[in-house]
Design a protein around this ligand. Structure first.
Ligand code: SF4
Length: 259
């Protein structure tokens, strides 16, 4: 079976996205996270012993002309850190993609591995930190170190109309960029809440609980609640100017498959 590729062979037509993802997957700015990703890739989880884990920073993926931007926290340690694609190979991803599929932003309702044929339509997925952190908790310094990648994406993704932030950290990360750019005065003027839409911002900002196993297993976030968020995002986007039909996505590199 094929081994993971380098991650720099993206099929994006836009060379800026290829360059950005290449910079992400080769980044080593956070020694703690690089070491954690690599260590987990060596030890593995019992269920995935026959996998070559990706084990390094995970690139973003989706439609470069997306009107929906989804900002998560960080790759799942046995999900994206294993498969090399955001929200792929774990329950969080399945939860997210079921809702994205229902709202017309994903070609299939699950996300199994990087070569499963899944395509995003009119949507782009990225993260506040591109490396899987211990206990799912990147430090403030690690979030700051990774922020320039997100800032660059925001510059490149010129068509975005709605930013859905998954969880409070992603919400604050995004607002901190807006503040540093002078687009808002204070981060504290915006209160995170599930389904809360700030349409006075451009792009609009839509808060959403993170589909972590902790949130979904306790019922803090149900599938219906997630469906509602992406239905609202779709309604907002498709009632505005621009194409109403979903577009085909570009895929990132096909990084990892089961051996
Ligand atoms: S979290 Fe971001 S900045 Fe830190 S090593 Fe990973 S890719 Fe680089």
């Amino acid at each position: 079976m094929p081994r993971p590729t380098s991650g720099t062979t993206s099929t994006f037509s836009n060379s800026d996205f290829i360059t950005l993802n290449a910079r992400i997957v080769t980044c080593k700015k956070c020694p703690r996270l690089i070491s954690h990703c690599s260590e987990v890739a060596g030890t593995k989880r019992r269920a995935w012993l026959d996998w070559d884990y990706w084990g390094k920073p995970v690139p973003s993926f989706g439609d470069p002309l997306a009107r929906l931007l989804i900002l998560g926290l960080a790759p799942g340690v046995h999900g994206a850190n294993r498969t090399g694609r955001m929200f792929t190979g774990d329950r969080s991803g399945d939860f997210l993609f079921r809702s994205l599929h229902r709202a017309g932003f994903a070609s299939r309702p699950d996300s199994i591995h990087a070569q499963d044929g899944l395509e995003l339509r009119d949507a782009w997925i990225t993260a506040s930190a591109h490396c899987a952190p211990p206990d799912n908790k990147p430090s403030p310094a690690e979030l700051r170190a990774c922020r320039p990648f997100l800032e660059r994406e925001l510059d490149l993704l010129a068509k975005v109309q709605v930013v859905v932030t998954l969880g409070r950290i992603a919400f604050d990360t995004y607002l901190s960029i807006l503040k540093s750019r002078g687009a808002i005065e204070r981060v504290s003027d915006f209160r995170f809440g599930h389904g809360v839409l700030f349409d006075e911002l451009q792009p609009a900002l839509l808060g959403c609980y993170h589909p972590s196993q902790q949130n979904t297993s306790t019922g803090k976030l149900t599938q219906e609640m997630l469906d509602e968020v992406f239905a609202l995002a779709a309604k907002f986007i498709r009632s505005g100017p621009g194409p109403s039909a979903p577009r085909q996505s570009s895929q990132p590199s096909p990084p990892s498959r089961k051996r």
